[in-house]
Design a protein around this ligand. Structure first.
Ligand SMILES: C[S@@+](CC[C@H](N)C(=O)[O-])C[C@H]1O[C@@H](n2cnc3c(N)ncnc32)[C@H](O)[C@@H]1O
Length: 194
């Protein structure tokens, strides 16, 4: 049976459309929660002809952290701590297999990352950490680095199984309403920096 993609094909196409809109914006591209790199290689494919943009990938590579109360849903048995464990080597091999430039891979929990672990300017960010604290933390890390016209895509914004993503985005927008506009594309929140 083919492996289930974390971001299905129909959403990936929409995601890449958003990335293409930021091609002329200065800054690098980041993905928080890269898992095995299936979406990362598609982002990298779009960046192939842009030697001035680097791809930065972040993941615990220990799987999901523990849920908090904000993540509780009727599907409570899903998405357990330690699920979705991957390895940086799996990601590296995938990039080699498709002859893509090696990304900058950082292994660590998002709340242990500092400003110095991120590029100085960001044009496009994909946040796919599933849980409230993971999305909240990654928004706080990327937001100060976003250039005008840059885009943050948050996956699972409209996914009842993962309510923490919506809550983290809603809280973020409440305190950054003059800085970002919100569009909803499939299950994703698309935040455009003004
Ligand atoms: C849904 S998967 C990402 C899927 C990937 N974006 C793709 O499209 O294939 C979620 C990933 O986020 C990582 N993750 C979630 N919360 C995290 C946190 N707080 N710190 C580090 N990694 C985290 C998990 O380890 C997991 O690999």
């Amino acid at each position: 049976m083919p492996k289930e993609l974390q971001i299905p094909d129909r959403e990936t196409a929409l995601l890449l459309d958003e990335l293409k809109k930021t091609i002329d914006i200065a800054g690098d591209v980041v993905e928080f929660g890269c898992y095995e790199g299936d979406t990362s290689i598609l982002l990298a494919g779009e960046l192939r002809d842009m030697p001035d943009k680097w791809l930065y990938l972040y993941d615990s590579f220990e799987g999901l952290p523990a849920k908090t109360a904000e993540d509780n849903s009727a599907d409570g048995w899903r998405f357990q701590q330690g699920e979705l464990k991957a390895s940086p080597d799996t990601v590296r091999h995938k990039f080699k297999k498709y002859a893509l430039p090696e990304p900058v891979i950082t292994k660590g929990w998002f709340n242990e990352l500092t400003d110095n672990d991120l590029p100085s300017q960001i044009s496009f960010a994909l946040l796919d950490g599933d849980f409230y604290e993971s999305i909240k933390t990654s928004l706080a890390l990327v937001s100060p680095k976003m250039n005008t016209g840059g885009i943050i895509v948050v996956h699972d914004y409209r996914n009842a199984r993962l309510p923490g993503s919506n809550k983290a985005v809603s809280e973020f927008l409440a305190s950054h309403s003059d800085e970002y506009t919100l569009r909803i594309v499939a299950t994703m929140a698309v935040l455009v920096k003004q």
